[in-house]
Ligand binder design. Structure first.
Ligand code: PGA
Length: 257
């Protein structure tokens, strides 16, 4: 692997420290490009939020340069808010549209997110899980970690064997989302998320965490007891997971320089 990646020996999840987030974004994007070239029908698990934004920027640039096609790919996003109107600028579908979908040749019908205002949210969640299974599962999942340890919207208390389902959002998650909604009262209280088992079933999981605001949760992810109290600790169960952190997010890992 790249010399700019410093591996933390003995970490409970294979962890790589980078000087700048751009290095990690490039490494993950390059891995996705390589996957798309060897397997044009790959099934990608996608994430929204500040964390993965640079990975999409790199993928769009690679596509523009003629280096990668998503024409035969399928994507499933981790999660979507409930109770927002379709087309509401705050939905994750709109976010994905802006950051990735509209810049690449992915077919709209192959870009999956749970619906935001379905008639029957539980049925929508069940069908979403079934659709992932029907595609043969996820080849590679991109993942961020919430400050409370959530992965997707699997908030503290989520079980290791959870599947796609309707969840209530944790107050830390809602207050972190105020940036996108402007006011806490506007942040939805419910979402549909892939479960922890859904995420861990992906054949590869690539996790990113950047900035000082993630240093405590990075420490907990690697060092806390493996439990539902901190869902990201379950990433230790995965056989092909990599965690990329910048120096600020690694600040509480004393074995990192
Ligand atoms: P962020 O959120 O990328 O906006 O920091 C990460 C997450 O909540 O999964």
């Amino acid at each position: 692997m790249n010399a700019a990646l410093e591996r933390i020996e003995g970490a409970s999840i294979p962890t790589f420290v980078v000087d700048t987030r751009a290095i990690a974004e490039r490494v993950v994007a390059d891995e996705i490009v390589a996957l798309m070239r060897t397997r044009p029908t790959a099934v990608l698990g996608l994430a929204t939020g500040d964390t993965p934004i640079g990975v999409y920027r790199e993928l769009c640039a690679a596509h523009r340069a003629g280096g990668v096609s998503f024409a035969r790919a399928t994507t499933f996003n981790l999660d979507e808010y409930l109770d927002l109107d379709a087309g509401d600028g705050a939905t994750f579908r709109e976010w994905m549209q802006e950051q990735f979908f509209r810049h690449v040749d992915l077919a709209r019908e192959n870009a999956h997110l749970p619906e935001s205002k379905p008639a029957d949210p539980n049925l929508t969640a069940e069908r979403y899980e079934a659709a992932i299974t029907a595609q043969g599962g996820l080849d590679l999942q991109i993942l961020g970690i919430g400050r409370n340890g959530h992965i997707g919207f699997n908030e503290p208390g989520s079980s290791r064997d959870s599947c796609t389902r309707v969840v209530r959002l944790h107050e830390v998650t809602r207050s972190d989302a105020v940036r996108a909604f402007g006011a806490l009262a506007r942040v939805p209280t419910r979402a549909i998320t892939m479960g922890i088992a859904t995420i861990l079933d992906a054949r590869r999981v690539r996790v990113l965490a950047f900035g000082a605001r993630k240093k405590e949760i990075v420490r907990r992810t690697l060092l806390d007891p493996r439990s539902s109290a901190c869902p990201s600790t379950f990433l230790r169960d995965h056989g092909d997971v990599k965690l990329f952190v910048d120096r600020e997010a690694a600040a509480l890992l004393h074995h990192a320089r």
